[in-house]
Design a protein around this ligand. Structure first.
Ligand code: PXP
Length: 265
């Protein structure tokens, strides 16, 4: 591919790859009984001491897990940065501006889906997205768009005025052994391209301790947002140990990237 950004370039690799812990499914479990347990605030307090860098929470239009009250309390009671995932609606923009999370990640939302099934089509939705991104930028909230690792979506994100994007890693995570290398290459190339345009690069969806290594080694990625596997693993080993396990897997992979880049200099 001959797009700019794919050729050799100087890469500054941060050895610290940020981990945003998505606590949606702590709320899913709480909502199964309609009470207060497990408490999302207690979960968020554990994230910091277990090695997470930020809290990610998706306020869906149907409020199936995280609620408006969770967002309010996470912002008021927890010191870590809050990344609010949301659809690009006027209602969600107003809630974000009222609560001032550190960042928002704009995701596509379909009511019947079990989870976010694909990236935003920023190419076709640019007219609807740009004014909302401008309002969030003006409020000092970092905006990332959740997109597939596709150069056209990267370019459209740059044009939209969002300073960051998050690549949907679902295709990579769900790939068969035969196609996984191809999906990883798409992520690597799209990350290099996005970084060359000055976009901050995040990634997430479907990552586990078993598959996070190759993604954590991509030097342009500075943040991963991971939820389901951490909450699932917490059932067996505890929330703190599950976060710590992911942190360790990411750090090991990242350390090998830093030494590879150092060796090339
Ligand atoms: N990033 C985004 C934008 C998401 O929508 C999700 C799922 O809510 C995640 C990351 C985390 O995905 P998972 O729960 O599969 O780790």
């Amino acid at each position: 591919m001959s797009r700019p950004g794919f050729g050799p370039q100087k890469i500054l690799v941060s050895t610290h790859l940020r981990l945003g812990v998505n606590i949606d499914h702590v709320a899913t479990l709480r909502n199964a009984r309609g009470g207060r347990e497990p408490d999302t605030i207690r979960a968020a307090a554990i994230v910091g001491r277990a090695g997470g860098d930020s809290i990610t929470a998706h306020l869906r239009e149907d409020r199936r897990h995280i609620t408006d009250d969770d967002i309010k309390r996470l912002k008021a009671e927890i010191d870590l940065p809050l990344n609010m995932e949301m659809a690009a609606t006027d209602e969600m923009v107003a809630i974000a501006i009222a609560n001032r999370p550190h960042a928002v990640c704009i995701v596509p939302e379909r009511r019947a889906e079990l989870t976010t099934e694909g990236g935003l089509d920023v190419v076709s939705a640019a007219a609807a997205l740009s004014p909302r991104i401008a309002k969030l930028n003006a409020a000092g909230i970092q905006v990332a768009l959740f997109v597939d690792p596709d150069p056209a979506q990267v370019e459209a994100t740059k044009k939209s005025g969002a300073p960051a994007l998050e690549f949907h890693t679902g295709e990579y995570c769900n790939a068969s052994e035969r196609t996984r290398a191809k999906e990883l290459k798409r992520l690597e190339e799209a990350s290099a391209y996005a970084a060359s345009l000055g976009l901050e690069v995040h990634a997430g969806h479907g990552l586990t301790v078993a598959n996070v290594g190759p993604v954590a080694r991509i030097p342009h990625i500075v943040e991963l947002n991971i939820g389901h596997t951490i909450v699932a693993e917490a059932v067996f080993i505890g929330f703190e140990a599950a976060i710590h396990g992911m942190r360790t897997a990411m750090d090991r992979a990242r350390a090998s990237t830093a030494s590879r880049v150092e060796a090339r200099r």
